[in-house]
Structures are given as structure tokens and as C-alpha cells.
Design a protein around this ligand. Structure first.
Ligand code: SF4
Length: 164
């Protein structure tokens, strides 16, 4: 399957917990003021790569703790993101995913992907709520959500609440 990406960071220390393979997915319609990755907005920009190439690069690195789907808006390419997420789970890796959607407004069609996501960082970047001290997110409205616990407990459980 093909995926349109802005870039890959094979060993990232800033896109989630531990050492992570970060996939910067191409395309976002939100145009948040102050967005740090405006080059990822063009839906036809970036480049097309085969998900198998990314999966084999992930598989080759025994140091990884997980993968991070970021962008851009990962939920614009749900099927490809899901393929990467499923492969990562098969390798015993955690999956973090950024999205401009809030948890409460996630589209139902994202459910197959979200079933394989451990941690969701939700919400648009809001320039007025920007805070450089925040870990793994740009503005205070964004939440680092432990998606598995949130689903099990039927209430939002933040990742930081469990020792992150
Ligand atoms: S959702 Fe993310 S990538 Fe899209 S415009 Fe906002 S900050 Fe940028």
C-alpha cells in the first residue's frame, strides 16, 4: 500500500516516549496559525512510498520502543496508517498517534486504526495556548491520552497520569 509522507525520522526522541520511528504523514486541511510543519499541509505534496519499505525499516531496528504517526494529519490516510500500526504491534512496539481531531470528535472511520493506537495526542495546535514547557505537544489544549485505558474505563485517562 502506498502512503504519502512528508518525511521519516528513524530514531526520534521527541515524538513520544523512548526511541520512536516517526512517520510524518503528508496532508492537513486545518491550517492552524503557527503550525510548525506547514510543508506537510499540501495534500499532493511530500512523496509516495510503499508501507512495506517503512515496515521493513522499523523491523530492522531492535532499539525502537515504538512508532509515532504524526504529520500533517494521520487520519487523512487511515488505511495506510493502520497498516503501519498493525505491523508495529506485531513487532511488540507501541503506537502513538497525533491528530488535529479531539478525542470527542474522532471520525468513526478511524476506528480500525485507533484500535491499534496506544497513545493519542489530540486536538489542533492553538497558538494562544502554546507552551514550550509541554512534553510531546505544542499547546495546552492538546492531551496525551492513554487510549487503551480510556476505552477500558470509559473516561479520558491521560498518559501522564500513569507515570509518563
Ligand atoms: S493539525 Fe497539526 S499539521 Fe495540521 S495545521 Fe494544525 S498543527 Fe499543523
Amino acid at each position: 500500500m502506498q502512503i504519502r509522507i512528508a518525511g521519516l525520522v528513524p530514531e526520534s526522541f521527541v515524538d513520544g516516549d523512548g526511541i520512536r520511528f516517526a512517520i510524518f504523514m503528508q496532508g492537513c486541511r486545518r491550517n492552524c496559525a503557527g503550525c510548525h510543519n506547514p510543508e506537510t499541509h499540501d495534500l499532493n505534496g511530500g512523496r509516495l512510498v510503499d508501507t512495506d519499505e517503512i515496515i521493513s525499516a522499523i523491523k530492522k531496528n531492535p532499539l525502537l520502543d515504538g512508532i509515532t504517526l504524526t504529520g500533517g494529519e494521520p487520519l487523512l490516510q487511515i488505511a495506510a496508517a493502520d497498516e503501519l500500526a498493525r505491523a508495529a504491534k506485531n513487532f511488540g512496539l507501541s503506537v502513538w498517534c497525533y491528530t488535529g481531531y479531539t478525542f470527542e470528535s474522532l471520525p468513526p472511520e478511524a476506528e480500525p486504526l485507533l484500535a491499534h493506537v496506544d497513545v493519542l495526542i489530540d486536538g489542533e495546535f492553538v497558538e494562544g495556548l502554546r507552551d514550550l514547557d509541554l512534553q510531546f505537544r505544542g499547546s495546552r489544549n492538546q492531551r496525551i491520552i492513554d487510549l487503551k485505558k480510556t476505552r477500558a474505563q470509559n473516561k479520558i485517562v491521560l498518559w501522564s497520569e500513569i507515570g509518563g
